[in-house]
Design a protein around this ligand. Structure first.
Ligand code: AMP
Ligand code: GLY
Length: 425
């Protein structure tokens, strides 16, 4: 079958790489894709917000499966449109994508279905928000309700910071996404992510991961899209995974179905493992970037039947096995990211790096020009490796990374530190 992958990041390169190993895949297209996909997929310049153009492309190229990588096209209803054209698509409807697109929607669902999460309030009026913040006390978390590219969450250490964040968000800092805000209790514990596929009724648990959101070593500095990740996450013991499924994921599946918008796609649950157990921080309704890269390296089974089953049903019957290894990915970003950075700097020696079967370099923001590889984005490369534990995967990933010659790039040197500390103990 011909398959179209929507998106251009490292996540989509990893999905294309995995899909290309499927005996079911014939021609793979990526829109817009990136230059790392050369040889695996044909990159096409399609605007995913133009649903007519996507549908016309699918008919023309006889596409049997569309895999939507990022959240924006999901929230915009691309999958609803493809469904109405009888084109099989992986990803939730716009109504179900509100689990990521509206933090208030998710908090209300948690309240109705008894899903453990931080106590909260939803506000559109500054006076009420300020009063609620004073009542709750600091530390406290202020969140823009809508999609804000990972920047809409402020952890206020003091009430003064909370007041400032409320005024910034309701004052329009995030545009429409901040017309409403959620204020919630600060949860204490260790963060982890859990991924599960869902066909609206049933789930297929995938795996756990941890990422490093902050730009600086020791998890310091401003937040980014993620500077590295690894899987599995040791804090997610079998017991915590079981509780996450029973207390968080399955009640969500039931709630979404009962309320008329069954969820089909991947749950990416951001969790805080507190002393009471797992609590939901947030849902994303797509694979994580760079979490997807480590998941794909560990996945042994063909991914294509699992993606199709999310759309068509029977996901719980899909055979899914995993390599008994850990995987770790280190993001190489352009110096200056997440602030301003130079574009079109040259990356050399990429072909020499990461040549063994346990290592793979996914591209996130590169282009090829006159035989040269140029950096075009903030996050540019994901140097990914597997090993018998996180420490071994880490050693391989950094060994490959150190062969890359890109003076205008940087990375964190401590990806995986929590897991590695545990492994040493
Ligand atoms: P989110 O975009 O909702 O995942 O929030 C971004 C980050 O803010 C999370 O990964 C957490 O590190 C932190 N965070 C969000 N909500 C809370 C909370 N209620 N308590 C503690 N930390 C939080
Ligand atoms: N790495 C976090 C995310 O994809 O949202």
């Amino acid at each position: 079958m011909n398959i179209l992958v929507i998106g251009s990041g490292g996540r989509e390169h990893a999905l294309v790489w995995k899909i290309a190993q499927s005996p079911l895949a014939n021609v793979i297209y990526a829109a817009p894709g990136n230059s790392g996909m050369d040889g695996l997929a044909t990159c096409v310049s399609l605007n995913s917000s133009n649903h007519n153009a996507v549908v016309a492309f699918c008919h023309e190229k006889n596409i049997a499966l569309v895999v939507v990588g990022p959240e924006v096209p999901l929230v915009e209803g691309l999958v609803d449109r493809l469904d109405s054209e009888n084109i099989t698509a992986f990803g939730p409807s716009a109504a179900a994508a509100r689990l990521e697109g509206s933090k208030g929607f998710t908090k209300d669902l948690c309240a109705r279905y008894n899903i453990p999460t931080a106590a909260y309030g939803r506000f559109t009026e500054p006076e009420m928000a300020h009063a609620f913040a004073i009542k709750m006390g600091a530390p406290i978390v202020i969140k823009a309700d809508g999609l804000a590219a990972g920047k809409g969450v402020i952890i206020a250490e003091t009430i003064a910071q909370a007041h400032a964040a409320i005024d910034d968000i309701l004052g329009g800092q995030f545009g429409e996404a901040g017309a409403e805000l959620v204020i919630e209790d600060f949860l204490v514990g260790e963060e982890a992510s859990f991924f599960a596929l869902c066909d609206g009724d049933n789930i297929l648990p995938l795996a756990t991961a941890q990422d490093h959101k902050q730009v600086g070593e020791g998890d310091t500095g401003p937040n980014t899209g993620g500077m590295g990740a690894y899987s599995p996450a040791a804090v997610m013991t079998d017991e915590m995974t079981r509780r996450t499924i029973n207390e968080i994921i399955l009640p969500t599946v039931r709630g979404m179905k009962e309320e008329g918008h069954p969820f089909r796609g991947v749950f990416f649950a951001g969790l805080m493992i507190t002393d009471k157990g797992p609590e939901l921080i947030e849902y994303n309704v797509r694979f994580g970037d760079p979490e997807c890269q480590v998941l794909m390296m560990r996945m042994k089974s063909d991914i294509v039947p699992a993606l199709i089953a999310c759309a068509k049903g029977g996901v719980d019957k899909v055979d899914m096995t995993w390599h008994d290894t850990s995987a770790l990915t280190v993001v190489m970003a352009a110096r200056g990211y997440p602030g301003n950075y130079d574009k079109n700097t040259e990356i050399r020696r990429l072909d020499q790096a990461g040549q063994d079967e346990n290592t793979f370099i996914f591209h996130a923001g590169t282009k090829k020009e006159n035989g040269k590889t140029l950096a075009t984005g903030g996050r540019v490369l994901n140097v990914t490796a597997v090993g018998e534990n996180v420490s071994a995967a880490r050693d391989r990933a950094y060994a490959a990374l150190d062969q890359i010659d890109w003076p205008q790039g940087f990375c964190r040197r401590d990806i995986g530190w929590r897991a590695i500390k545990r492994e040493k103990e």
